[in-house]
Design a protein around this ligand. Structure first.
Ligand code: NI
Length: 397
């Protein structure tokens, strides 16, 4: 049972949250450059009376504590990301980005404003929970290695030690008001590769005197697909996509080298480690067999996010109680990347989605699109669920 029904209170403070969100939207800052945003967040937290505010955590990260008055207990961390994207906004709204070529096109402006809203309401309900809420605003979700890892390295999960974490992402494909939860994997491990195949260039009419890197590349690209089709457990999931092939520029010249780039997405750690080992072997093996060589760079991105069943249960119950069964759905697994995953590997976590789509107002464009926007009415449910799940978790521990 939720401690109190917070929906009406979030409704009342929505104008403040919307004003904050629009402020962030007008002043977007890219990954690891969130100086103004972080300063605004810290100032707001001070104004609210949040304790132990730390800035400059893992770059531009900010944390603060809200201590319940019912005594000692666990620590739950609530997370928002603050960075914008290098996109030129195409919306004609009066809160349009004031910085050409930078835009909050993923909704991180909403996440930051919503967490400030959650902090505001939790400060007013300190008498109703035990333990501590740590609010965490992180830099650089969009650019690996990302801000989450940097904040963890800087001690964000210590002093006091965090026992559980909750985060949310607004969703352009879910109607405003809807909440989606998921147990288990919530995003993919997303890695990248860059391979330079070295052959020996020559005349296209005399292939016997050359080592053709284009043919080697072609063989290797097809062989890569067997990593999924023949080497991945059919009950698991993986994607290997070759997204760039760069070689030569003439009709009659065999080039000296070929470059291949692509991405690997996996769900399980087993599949992820297998790919990291086997992809280089395929390239070097095939190149060697055909008389060339391959220089493989394999770049690990974000790991797969793991949602803990027990923490999800607090979120799901809060969502059903506050918004009604019809507004709560089980989310689908996508193969995008999300660096909340680093927190989820450290402490039991739940990352849930909060719908912000509104067809009537043409708020239908996908994340990272120059016309992306959010239906701000959808914030109420997201904030109420986050705050309630946090209090329920702390009181249950
Ligand atoms: Ni995002």
């Amino acid at each position: 049972m939720a401690t109190v029904n917070l929906t009406r209170e979030f409704d009342e403070i929505l104008p403040v949250v919307v004003a904050d969100r629009r402020h962030f939207h007008e002043h977007p800052e890219l990954a690891f450059e969130e100086y103004e945003t972080a300063a605004y967040v810290a100032e707001r937290l001070r104004e609210l009376g949040v304790e132990d505010i730390k800035t400059g955590v893992g770059g531009t990260g900010v944390t603060g504590l809200i201590r319940g008055e019912r005594g000692d207990g666990n620590v739950v961390m609530l997370r928002a990301d603050m960075d914008a994207l290098p996109i030129l906004e195409e919306n004609a709204v009066d809160y349009k980005s004031q910085v050409d070529g930078k835009m909050h096109a993923c909704g991180h402006d909403a996440h930051t404003a919503m967490l400030l809203g959650v902090a505001r309401i939790l400060m007013q309900h300190k008498a109703e929970f035990k333990g501590t809420v740590k609010v965490l605003f992180q830099p650089a979700e969009e650019v690996p290695p990302g801000g989450a890892q940097a904040m963890i390295k800087d001690g964000a999960l210590e002093n006091p030690k965090v026992d559980a974490a909750i985060g949310l992402h607004v969703a352009a494909d879910m109607p405003a008001g809807q909440i989606a939860w998921k147990v288990g994997p919530g995003s993919a491990g997303s890695d990248r590769f860059r391979v330079v195949i070295q052959g020996r260039g020559g005349h296209a009419a005399r292939p016997q005197a050359a080592v053709d890197p284009v043919v080697i590349a072609a063989q290797a690209i097809l062989a890569l697909q067997t990593l999924v089709a023949r080497e991945t457990d059919p009950m698991d999931s993986a994607v290997v996509s070759t997204t760039a092939v760069i070689a030569g520029d003439a009709f009659n010249v065999i080039p000296d080298s070929a470059e291949i780039r692509g991405t690997v997405r996996t769900i399980s750690t087993t599949a992820r480690e297998h790919m990291a080992k086997r992809l280089p072997e395929i390239f070097t093996g095939i190149a060697q067999t055909m008389g060339g060589s391959a220089d493989v760079t394999y770049i690990q991105g974000y790991p797969s996010l793991q949602n803990d069943a027990a923490i999800v249960e607090f979120v799901r119950n809060a969502a059903i109680e506050l918004t009604g069964e019809d507004n709560v759905i089980e989310g689908k697994l996508g193969l995008g990347g999300e660096d909340f995953s680093y927190f989820s590997l450290e402490v039991p976590s739940c990352f849930f989605n909060c719908g912000t789509r509104n067809e009537e107002r043409d708020i239908v464009w996908g994340h990272h699109h120059p016309r992306f926007d959010v239906e701000e009415e959808g914030f109420v449910n997201g904030m109420a669920v986050m705050a309630t799940a946090a209090m329920d978790y702390l009181n249950a521990m």
